[in-house]
Design a protein around this ligand. Structure first.
Ligand code: ADP
Ligand code: MG
Length: 496
């Protein structure tokens, strides 16, 4: 009666637990085999997962190579003979000075090229009451307009400006305007910018090769309702650098890690062969997202990167950006998950409808899943919301995949930045450089590890540079206004 009594005692002691007793048949023999089989399966799985993620682990040596290649491409972009074919375009911005604190007035700014389109009114005060006040309104740009005709896109922009001017009650004011247009533009002056090519989610027709300021002016003329004094075309990296430069004069680099990835920095005029003059400095918009478009980093691109590229709006272009920026990281993760599922390592080998959907795995989910505070159960819940029915083991693997993808992104970005700060150090001819980088972008600001890994990589690869990272508060708005103000000031000085 041993068994019966045992069951009874157990049930009485833990009345809330439903305990079943099963008789084992030859546990030592079969059990040992079972333990071995499970261990074997897990080891085999581990091997396959490690194999899939191995190309994402970059050695220090590989990162140094990336840094060196970036440096080579930066030089190509600056030289007259190699510039036309360079993958890092190194576009002159005609921004030659940083704010000196005397800027003042009311400015309009437009911010196009990010997740949202915004119109802003920026009031800058100088002197002892130095301050910047901003009012802004966010407008959606529907997908059919982003990817429609250029005329539709610019008519829509002007419609939004009209709404904003009405809303603020300043329609008759003819304020100076800075246009933050965060796509590669070839500039011949601060208020002219020819679109080299769309990137990120934009693909409006009849714009590439056209001057964006002309297109904006024409749209304003078509509407014939108000006039604006368009003073500057601004890249968001430059706006970010200027915003931080307003607080810290040592800020000579601007970095964006958001939807896209890009950097600008102040270069010595004597190194910029395609612009006349050897005195002073000019800000260069590197457009480093195109790094590798000539194949120079194909050795580190994985099959997943290639799949993401092929499914994008601009196949073959912006290869570095597609490995490092918010628009693509989630998509890389999704490609890996599909592959692991096909290999039977995830989701019981079933590729669900939702996993097939492009864009379902947004980069914000990487941030959530990789958060150290999150329990596995919460990871499972996030996956469930995405329509991915996961086991506990699945969620561990998904977390590992996310970690590998975001870490590589931060390291690659760090290797690129190391090339820039090293170049600046050599330009100045100093043993040791102290420099500030203004940074904007939700990936940098919200991902739990991206910014730390980026900083660590720069430290490792550019040990002679002491780099301070400064978060920018709305570089696209404030920065555009500051650039407009500086340009106005310099223009007025010139006229006098
Ligand atoms: P933009 O670069 O478009 O001007 P942001 O800097 O806000 O604007 O970046 C938005 C991008 O950041 C989104 O496209 C998305 O890829 C990414 N993102 C959004 N939320 C998060 C998050 N929580 N963690 C990491 N990346 C995010
Ligand atoms: Mg932005």
């Amino acid at each position: 009666r041993y068994a019966k009594r045992l069951h009874k005692v157990v049930r009485r002691l833990v009345p809330n637990c439903d305990v079943r007793f099963l008789l084992s048949v030859s546990g030592s023999g079969k059990g040992a085999a079972m333990v071995t089989a499970v261990a074997y399966r897990l080891a085999a799985q581990r091997k396959q997962i490690d194999a899939a993620l191995a190309p994402f682990l970059l050695s220090l040596e590989t990162l140094r190579e990336v840094k060196d290649k970036m440096r080579t491409e930066l030089e190509y972009g600056l030289k007259r003979e190699t510039q036309a074919s360079a993958s890092v375009k190194m576009l002159p911005t005609y921004v030659c000075g940083t704010p000196d604190g005397t800027e003042k007035g009311k400015f309009l700014a437009l911010d196009l090229g990010g997740t949202n389109f915004r119109v802003l009114l920026v009031k800058i005060r100088s002197g002892r009451r130095r301050s910047v006040q901003m009012y802004n309104k966010i407008f959606a740009i529907p997908l059919e307009i982003m990817q429609g005709t250029g005329e539709e896109l610019f008519d829509h922009i002007v419609q939004c400006i009209a709404d904003f001017l009405d809303y603020m009650g300043i329609k008759g004011a003819r304020l100076p305007l800075g246009f933050t247009f965060s796509f590669p533009c070839r500039q011949a002056s601060i208020d002219k910018g020819t679109l080299v090519g769309w990137t990120k989610g934009f693909k409006a027709t009849d714009c590439e090769g056209e001057d964006v300021v002309d297109m904006l002016r024409e749209a304003i003329r078509r509407r014939n309702e108000f006039d604006l004094d368009i003073v500057a075309v601004v890249n968001d990296t430059v706006g970010t650098m200027m915003t931080c430069g307003y607080e810290d004069p040592n800020c000579e680099i601007g970095l964006i890690a958001g939807t896209g990835s890009n950097v600008c920095y102040m270069e010595d005029m004597k190194n910029i062969e395609i612009v006349e003059g050897n005195e002073g400095k000019m800000c260069i918009n590197t457009e480093w997202g195109g790094f590798g478009d000539n194949g120079c980093i194909d050795n580190i691109r994985t099959k997943y990167d290639k799949e993401v590229d092929e499914g994008s709006l601009n196949p073959g272009k912006q290869r570095y950006e597609k490995m490092t920026s918010g628009m693509y990281l989630g998509e890389i993760v999704r490609q890996i998950l599909i592959d692991l599922t096909k290999q039977g390592l995830l989701f019981r080998g079933q590729i669900s409808e939702s996993l097939r959907k492009r864009g379902i795995f947004e980069t914000k989910f990487l941030s959530q899943i990789e958060s150290d505070r999150l329990a596995l159960l919460q990871v499972r819940r996030i996956l469930q919301q995405l329509g991915l029915d996961s086991t506990c083991d699945d969620s561990i693997i998904v977390k590992e995949v996310c970690g590998a993808v975001s870490k590589r992104a931060a390291q690659l970005c760090g290797a690129g930045l190391a090339a820039i700060v090293e170049k600046k150090r050599e330009n100045r001819g100093v043993e040791h450089l102290q420099i500030t980088v203004g940074v904007d972008g939700t990936l940098y600001k919200l991902h739990p590890h991206f910014s730390r890994v980026l900083r660590e990589t720069v430290k490792e690869l550019a040990p002679q540079c002491d780099v301070t990272f400064m978060l920018s508060e709305d570089g696209s708005g404030k920065g555009a206004a500051l650039i407009t103000a500086v340009a106005k000031r310099l223009h007025n000085v010139g006229q006098k």
